[in-house]
Design a protein around this ligand. Sequence first.
Ligand SMILES: Nc1nc2c(c(=O)[nH]1)N(C=O)[C@@H](CNc1ccc(C(=O)N[C@@H](CCC(=O)O)C(=O)O)cc1)CN2
Ligand SMILES: Nc1nc2c(ncn2[C@@H]2O[C@H](COP(=O)(O)OP(=O)(O)OP(=O)(O)O)[C@@H](O)[C@H]2O)c(=O)[nH]1
Ligand SMILES: [Mg+2]
Length: 427
Amino acid sequence: MDTIFALATAQGRAGVSVIRISGPDALDAARKLCGDVPGPRHAAVRKLRDTSGDLIDEALVLSFSGPQSFTGEDVVELQVHGSVAVVRGCLKELGAIDGCRLAEPGEFTRRALENNRLDLAQVEGLADLIDAETEGQRRQAVRVFSGALGEKVEIWRRDLIRAAALLEATIDFADEEVPVDVSPEVSALLAATASDLTGEIEGSFVAERIRTGFEVAIVGAPNVGKSTLLNRLAGRDAAITSEIAGTTRDVIEVKMDLGGLAVTFLDTAGLRDSEDQIEAIGVERAVERAEKADLRVFLTEGATLKVSPGPEDIILVPKQDVLVDGVRGVSGRTGQGVTGLIEDIREILSNRCSYAGIATHERHRLAMEQALAGLNAAQEIVGRGPDLYDIAAEELRSAIRALEALVGRIDVENLLDEIFASFCVGK
Ligand SMILES: Nc1nc2c(c(=O)[nH]1)N(C=O)[C@@H](CNc1ccc(C(=O)N[C@@H](CCC(=O)O)C(=O)O)cc1)CN2
Ligand SMILES: Nc1nc2c(ncn2[C@@H]2O[C@H](COP(=O)(O)OP(=O)(O)OP(=O)(O)O)[C@@H](O)[C@H]2O)c(=O)[nH]1
Ligand SMILES: [Mg+2]
């Protein structure tokens, strides 16, 4: 097993930078730089020197002895002055040591997974935690990272194993006297698990939105002030505005943090039938993105549009500053009504968030759907009588396998490269 090392903090100048070393030779490697390494879970200030004895930096050195470490292996951290040259100097020294190499993205976490320090859902939670930019994203990611999904899966798995075992015990009885009727207990276990799974599947859609951000499309006829409103929301000139109808063609995205919720606003082409080919393509894109968005803000005075508003969509009279008072409107130019609009959007979306479950990725949902399908099949077969219990038990085994794949107990290899591809080096 190689010993791996990497800069764990962001690239570039900083107050302090952390270089992490993990693997069987972590202590030996660190000793080459700093001489004596402090004992496990102790930190000490040490002088780091290159092979010719020149001083590289004075660092805080911290060590962990496997398996009591983040990766489960021996770990040493060099907390150095956050200088590009100091970091480069240390990485160069480490790279010259036999058996030591630069870590791949996510490789420390991969080792933590291999050493059962984390399950696969926790690994995803950790990646999401590092990517979190809003309070809502952070709160959700830290829950998955702390193992909430794994715990729930373990309960489902345990109940399905018990149900399968009950059925299998009855199969072994078959030729002897009439066995106890296990079907009430099996059915109850399956019904409870099915209902829990169904709830988590339903809650996964909005949880996924919290993670990736809600899309809010600004929609309306040309020239109503969509781009001006977007710019006002963004607080910068993200989109070109002009008095010429048909200015916006491409969909313009602006990411924002609405009171802890990640929201991407979409400015779209004004909706109309256009002879201009390019504008027509823009309108097509506008319709497509607006329909897919989680919420639409219509700027319109009642004209018929190519997109129809859903029940929660917001309809506003545009350019309120040049209209009579008393109508519900908004003005991107003066900012009138914009605070209220933001508040309304935040409220609509955060109400939806109350349905969020603890499964946050499509992968989780697919695994749960697979488990539910197996479970429902088993439930139906059990209802047909003891002769088919072996088939029902087999359906349950397949449901159990789906849950085991969810947390990475089985079938992980093919998933890992994809999951770790998005990780930072040093994590
Ligand atoms: N400097 C530094 N800060 C960091 C980390 C790190 O690795 N290094 N972390 C990493 O991403 C996070 C903290 N998570 C950690 C989780 C477990 C262990 C660990 O060594 N656990 C041992 C026992 C530790 C002890 O009791 O002191 C264990 O669980 O057995 C370390 C960090 C965030 N901050
Ligand atoms: N009085 C007033 N004028 C506005 C307001 N918002 C935009 N305008 C003006 O209306 C014109 C069109 O604004 P845009 O924001 O480009 O309109 P749009 O809806 O993005 O137009 P398209 O991209 O062509 O669909 C510009 O001349 C703006 O200055 C507003 O709130 N009040
Ligand atoms: Mg525009």
